[in-house]
Ligand binder design. Structure first.
Ligand SMILES: [Zn+2]
Length: 90
């Protein structure tokens, strides 16, 4: 029997054969979903699906402005809109 905290059925389970031939139950950590673009909701590139433990070690978002928040397409559209509104003012 596993630890009481691991008895939740929401976690994935996997039977693993040990070198000694025993079958042992391994509890698999859930992976977080990929971060999404704040404007269009598409999944952001460069982010693998990782567990909470791996996420704590840190992920490196793209180094452009709004990297890890907006996708490249939405940033392009936003910058275009901003530049055009500035050009219209003067
Ligand atoms: Zn987007």
């Amino acid at each position: 029997m596993v630890r009481p905290s691991l008895r939740s059925r929401t976690k994935k389970r996997k039977l693993v054969r040990t070198p000694g031939g025993r079958l042992v139950l391994h509890i698999i950590d859930k992976k977080h979903d990929v971060p999404k673009c704040a404007m269009c909701g598409r999944p952001l590139h460069g982010f693998p699906r990782v567990t909470a433990r791996e996420e704590r070690r840190g992920l490196k978002p793209p180094t452009r402005p709004y990297g890890g928040y907006l996708c490249h397409e939405c940033l392009k559209q936003g910058l275009k809109r901003a530049v055009r509104s500035l050009a219209g003012q003067s």
